[in-house]
Design a protein around this ligand. Sequence first.
Ligand SMILES: [Zn+2]
Length: 289
Amino acid sequence: MFAAASQAVGQTEVTIERPLTGQPHRGKVLALITPHLDDGPIFAGGTLAKLLGEGYTGYFIRTSNDEKDSYDLTLGQTVLANEQDTAHFVEVAGLKRSFDLSYRNHRMDDVGRTELRARLIFLFRLLKIDTVLSYDPWGHYEENPDHYVTAQAVEAACWMAGGKLDLPEHFAAGLKPHSVSEKYYFARGPQLVNRVVDTTRTVPAKINAIRSCKTMIEHMTRDLEGTLADHKLRLPGLTADEFIQTALLARDRAAGAKHGLEYAEEFHYIGPDHSLDEYIKRNAIPLNG
Ligand SMILES: [Zn+2]
């Protein structure tokens, strides 16, 4: 069993997802689901822009209230500032709308997992989500409980949303079972990468998405200035854009360089199950045949 598992990992093939022409995803619906506003723009902003440009309708589900992420605001002011930035991100990214689940930031390991999962199942059925972009529930060395709690709830909700006996009261309200068929999982640390998305063309859109997280970017840059000041140093040219280019896009350049691309984002991708396609093609007959 151990040998088989490690062999399977070693044999993982990487698919390069390149830009598509036209709008091949028209009619499909995606959800970006993260605890924090900046997670998606930083780790998947290029892919999000690519998929929306190729026809997807998109929603953002933010599971935490981001109350801890500002430089010099109070807790309450921080919630409001990040809520306003979220509205800006939705507009800039071209998403249809966001849903704030508002669990307390950095405390999501306290959240009832079945409650979070149930809220996601409701939204997956309501919005008929086909594709999710979220943290990898199996990413290694993740230190933020908000990230792994959200990721695990998303993964379970994706298939349970298709169950007739899961939350059956939804069906009395007019919803139908609806499972999610495609997943793009990103991670801060090591993960099993099998999909590399060429994001070279959507870097400008990604930068705009990151810029919209104004409160969080200011937090990052001013923290850096504070650390440097402790060492009697300063960076006179450090603007938010310089920081985005230097600190946040380096990962995309490095991912691209591995595959001969200028910029790329890496994922563990799980697609629809095609294992019975051949059997069905050979044996299926029309319903009334
Ligand atoms: Zn985060």
